[in-house]
Design a protein around this ligand. Sequence first.
Ligand code: G16
Length: 548
Amino acid sequence: MANNSYRTVYAFAREMHPKTVKTDIQYGTAGFRTKATNLGYVMYRMGLLAVLRARYKRGVIGVMITASHNPEPDNGVKLVDPKGEMLDQSWEKWATKFANVGDDQLEETINEIIKEYDIPMTDRVEIVVGKDTRPSSPSLAKSVMDGVLALAGKPIDYGIVTTPQLHYFVVCKNTNRQYGEPTEDGYYKKLTGAFKKLRGETYTNGNYKNRLLYDGANGVGAKKIKYFQELLGNTLKIEMFNDAIIGSGKLNYMCGADYVKSQQKFPTGVPVEPNVRCCSVDGDADRLIYYYMDENNGFHLMDGDRMATLIAGYLKEVLEETGIDLNLGLVQTAYANGASTDYIAKKLQVPVACVSTGVKHLHHKALDYDIGVYFEANGHGTIIFSTNAKEKLREAAKNNTISDERRLAAEALLNLIDLINETVGDAISDMLLIETILHAKGWDIQQWEDAYTDLPNRLMKVTVQDRNVITTTDAERVCVTPEGLQAEIDSAAAKYKKGRSFVRPSGTEDVVRVYAEAATREEADELAVEVAKKVHELAGGTGNPPEL
Ligand code: G16
């Protein structure tokens, strides 16, 4: 099939989507991400690549235009594989090549990939395209669709949707609708239907109140929650804040999950009511963070680690009630608070694994378990159930020879599976799951917090000339280059009780990230600053040395 003529691809590229940037763009933690003005040609090329991938996999591929937690002028692209996972890592090198070759090399690159994978070029494959609320997204979506059409694929435009919605549509289509209806309506009905079944007739329980303050980050998460509100009625009273009009420049600005987690601050735009449960989603609604303000104006954060422990603990309890032997495991990254890892391993006695940042790594590792719970501390995560787990649960739910308790527990887990968006971390699905568990336990947010005490921690960003001078190993916990930096981190951390710190280049922003934790807030802050200054000194920092 190789050596076909794809001259129209070149013509389209030259005339409509010429490569405007000379420097190479890097495939990051979740695809390409940079200033929106530099992305037109990248999007066109991702449209081409999506068609090639879809023909190779003989399935539907998704393309999501979003820069998620980044500021409004940025944009980016996430590619979704047929099973709903992020683009397989073996194809990231092709994505990079497609993004960076000259316009006149596109035809040759297409022939190269066709030859390497023996891709049949006749199938009329579907590419589903979604976008977030950024003002740059519509024109970038058009570029993607031009790329799809240039290789005779069929673009299906889902308009403005959350990233997890797009993942859901891809899986629905690739499973012949077994996973659900590939429509927005189908998505809302699946999730809210399962939520209502789990909640039953009693909306409150013990200390649990069915009222939640919700920060939509002025993005797509604000737009879509309204459909949930309508369908949920009084089962859950979601009070929504931060729904600025598209193009206001307020997307993620001093609000949203990334701001709340990294600044450890209450977002603007949400009223402060002491001890009331609040949550924030990010710019494409794939991350979720819970928090509350106490009566002394003390801020309390319930991040991805807290959600992971609550969920894993609950699943373990219900699983025990079913009497079914399934292995449950939890996946974290180096950002996980040391106290959470201790709690999972020692108190919950659930096996815990640590992998590199990026849901693609966590998702992959979670597939090793029958029930794999994965969460990044930043609130990005979900739960995946193996086919074996689903089959055993279905059998138990129908089995009249076992006790009612066991059967009902199996039914509850099946309903939980419907509530969970297994394809990728989904802020709104995760929120409904957390609300379900708190309701089942009759807990308020303070009781959830009581499980363990977080070690104080601090995240910082350092700008350097080239963030790639930082390389790491051991799931990013050890810095390999620049030489000598790890020794400096070790000696700094050793000075503080329970001190731990690591550094890594971000894959979504042009910065180096620094994480530090220690026994007290002051020590965690001091350690973070000390390590950030070392990064600045040894890794070619720009601007002034970092301060808190
Ligand atoms: C993306 C990834 C996450 C990752 C985050 C930050 O999230 O999907 O897995 O944790 O970027 O990555 P980094 O530290 O490399 O910048 P999102 O929500 O921005 O798409």
